[in-house]
Design a protein around this ligand. Structure first.
Ligand code: GRF
Length: 247
C-alpha cells in the first residue's frame, strides 16, 4: 500500500461578502485555504495463490485483509483438491478465480499429473506466494521445487508441538495450558519448516476440543494475514531455520 499526502492551496475571492466600504470603495475578503488529501493506492501486484480442502475461513480472512489494504497483495487464484470445498464457494462469491483440480490416485499427496496441473495453474496466474489454508495433502518434490521458499502454511498448534492432524485435540488430550497457531514456510517435512509467526491461545479448564479450536481459529485469522502482509512487503528474511522480521 502506498500512502501519498497531497497538499494544495485554494484561493477564494468572496465577492458576496463585502468587508467594509471605505470612501465608496468596497473591500472583499480573499480566503486562502490549505487542503490536504490522503491518497491510498493498494499495490496488488503481489499475487497470492491459496490452496485449501475445507471450509476456507483462513482464505476469507486473507481475502478481506487484501481488500482492506492490510496486505499489499491480491488473491489471484484459489485451488482445491475437493470439488465441493467451501473455500471454492467463498472465492467465487468474491469473484476470485477458483478451480477444483482432481488430486489423482493417492490419499495424502497429489499424483504427478495433479502436481503438474496445480503448478501450471499457479504459474499461469503469476503467483508469487502459495498460501496453504487447510490443504490436506502433503506437497512433494516437483511442487516444492517450483515454489521453493515461496510456500507458507498455518497449523493449529505451537509447532514443533503437535504436528499432524487434529493438533488442537492433541494439545487438549495432552493437557497443555497454552497452545495456539503457527505460520511457517513449507519444506519437505510435515509441519516442519521455519517458523514465521506464532500466536498463543490459553487452554481453559472448561474447554472442549471444539471450544478450543474455535478460539485458535480466531487467532489464525489475525496471525496469518499479518505474516503474509510482512512477506508481501519484503520484510521477512530467512537465515537457516531462523525467520527475521524487519523492524
Ligand atoms: C486451520 O485450522 C488451519 O490451521 C489448518 O486447517 C484449518 C483450515 O481451516 N491447516 P479453514 O479451511 O481455513 O477454515
Amino acid at each position: 500500500m502506498v500512502i501519498t499526502f497531497v497538499t494544495y492551496v485554494v484561493i477564494t475571492f468572496q465577492a458576496l461578502a463585502p468587508l467594509e466600504t471605505v470612501h465608496g470603495t468596497t473591500a472583499f475578503s480573499l480566503v486562502l485555504e490549505v487542503r490536504s488529501v490522503i491518497q491510498i493506492a493498494v499495490n496488488n501486484s503481489f499475487h497470492l495463490g491459496v490452496l485449501g480442502s475445507g471450509k476456507g475461513s483462513n482464505f476469507v480472512a486473507m481475502a478481506e485483509a487484501c481488500a482492506l489494504g492490510k496486505i499489499s497483495a491480491q488473491v489471484a487464484l484459489v485451488l482445491s483438491d475437493v470439488e465441493g470445498a467451501g473455500i471454492l464457494a467463498h472465492a467465487r462469491e468474491r469473484k476470485i478465480p477458483a478451480r477444483f483440480i482432481p488430486p489423482g490416485k493417492f490419499r495424502t499427496k497429489l499424483d504427478e499429473d495433479a502436481e503438474l496441473a496445480f503448478v501450471g495453474a499457479l504459474r499461469e496466474a503469476g503467483v508469487d506466494l502459495v498460501v496453504l489454508a487447510g490443504f490436506l495433502r502433503v506437497l512433494k518434490g516437483n511442487f516444492l521445487r517450483a515454489f521453493e521458499g515461496h510456500i507458507v502454511n498455518i497449523h493449529p498448534s505451537l509447532l514443533p508441538s503437535f504436528p499432524g492432524l487434529e493438533a488442537w485435540k492433541q494439545a487438549w488430550d495432552h493437557g497443555v495450558k497454552v497452545t495456539g497457531c503457527t505460520v511457517h514456510f513449507v519444506d519437505a517435512g510435515v509441519d516442519a519448516g521455519p517458523v514465521i509467526g506464532q500466536q498463543t491461545v490459553p487452554v481453559l479448564d472448561n474447554d472442549t476440543p471444539d471450544s478450543l479450536i474455535e478460539r485458535i481459529h480466531r487467532a489464525e485469522h489475525e496471525l496469518y494475514p499479518r505474516c503474509v502482509a510482512a512477506i508481501a512487503r519484503g520484510e521477512i528474511s530467512v537465515v537457516g531455520r531462523r525467520v527475521m522480521w524487519k523492524k
